[in-house]
Design a protein around this ligand. Structure first.
Ligand SMILES: Nc1ncnc2c1ncn2[C@@H]1O[C@H](COP(=O)(O)OP(=O)(O)O)[C@@H](O)[C@H]1O
Ligand SMILES: [Mg+2]
Length: 353
């Protein structure tokens, strides 16, 4: 049987480049070498493409990649593939940009298409779609930085320009502390801060603006952090539910990747009735953003009310060997390698005619 020519792309030009090295090299190690002829591609932070010669090394977040060689014509290189697996997180990799390139060269690829990727990468637009789908979420405000001032965008998309202190006063009137300030396009918690007063609010907005002009301000939820993985195109299945016990006050970059005390509980300890509800909501959210292939959908369960509140959807979640997505499916009997096979099958099945 001919092996499938599979390009696995990792690294990339986002703030999550280092995480993607760990995810990408894990995927490469776990892929069935009997089934796939693997072409491993590393993209550096500037956007240059390289062939990576796989080795057994287990990378850690922060490690540099080795064993690489220039690719002169990336488009011609990937055009020859039967399928592409982008194991990229964040801007240019998870936001529809590279998915657009794959559409242009007509090679099937793993995961969400252009629209679902770009909606899901943008926290403000994800909120707008989730609202339309009737999903519970944290109260929020959307502002945009513009030459040192801030455009406040109201519920009807009317815009008013303010100075930072003015816009913060408006935010205080509308939302309760603590609040979470997030660059709209962010991942791995980069650029995100939790704030408890107006001084922190001003600082956090200024900081978030360094990552994206669009900024989302959310009311904090006091809840358990819950995640659910989904897999499928039209027929979508959900994994079991996992819980994050963050070592720090919230699940920041450090507590995700550098703090061993952050742990995941799989399956999460909760009544079946609630986990079934969460699974249904995860599939609903995935459908609402027009998802295909896979996603990880993240929720809170509010401590006082037990209300299920959606936080976000990740179209290319972490794939390190300790990541939630593969572990959630492993817990329901689909091991990492089989999960990769399924994702590749879905890519080929879902190829746009
Ligand atoms: N509204 C909120 N209430 C409580 N905690 C939040 C809220 N928003 C974010 N967090 C915390 O910040 C973390 C990162 O935020 P998130 O929106 O998931 O961004 P990212 O895409 O970077 O993962 C979450 O895992 C959670 O710990
Ligand atoms: Mg998150």
């Amino acid at each position: 049987m001919n092996k499938l020519k599979l390009a696995v792309i990792f690294g990339g030009m986002s703030t999550e480049h280092d995480v993607s090295i760990v995810s990408g090299t894990s995927v490469i190690r776990k892929l069935d070498k009997e089934k796939y002829d693997i072409f491993a591609i590393y993209i550096d932070k500037e956007g240059y493409w390289y062939e990576y010669n796989p080795c057994e090394k287990q990378y850690k977040v922060g490690d540099n990649i080795d064993n690489i060689k220039n690719i002169n014509n990336p488009i011609e290189y990937i055009r020859k593939m039967d399928c592409i697996f982008p194991v990229l997180h964040g801007l240019y990799g998870e936001d529809g940009s590279i998915q657009g390139l794959f559409e242009l060269i007509k090679v099937p690829y793993v995961g969400c298409k252009v629209l679902a990727s770009s909606i899901s990468m943008d926290k403000v637009y994800t909120k707008i779609i989730f609202e339309k789908a009737g999903l519970n979420q944290a109260k929020y405000i959307y502002i945009r930085e513009n030459n040192g001032k801030y455009i406040y965008v109201d519920d009807n998309f009317n815009e008013t320009i303010y100075f930072l202190d003015e816009v913060c006063k408006i935010i205080e009137e509308k939302l309760k502390y603590p609040m979470f300030i997030k660059p709209s396009n962010s991942g791995s918690s980069v650029g995100i801060n939790k704030v408890k007063d107006i001084q922190e609010l001003e600082k956090a907005i200024d900081y978030a603006a360094k990552f994206d002009k669009k900024i989302l301000i959310e009311e904090g939820i006091n809840g358990r952090e819950i995640e659910c993985a989904v897999l499928g195109n039209e027929e979508v299945e959900a994994s079991c539910i996992g819980e994050i016990l963050s070592a720090e006050e919230f699940y920041s970059y450090d507590s995700k990747y550098n703090n061993n005390e952050s742990v995941t509980v799989i399956p999460a300890n909760m009544p079946k009735e609630i986990s079934n509800k969460i699974k249904k909501l995860a599939i609903k959210a995935f459908k609402a953003v027009n998802g295909s292939g896979l996603s990880r959908v993240d929720f809170f369960i509010e401590k006082d009310t037990n209300k299920i509140i959606i936080n976000e959807i990740n179209t290319l979640p972490g794939f390190t060997n300790i990541s939630m997505y593969p572990k959630l499916f492993e817990a329901v009997g689909i091991n990492y390698s089989n999960l990769l096979d399924k994702m590749i099958e879905l890519a080929i099945e879902g190829k746009v005619k």
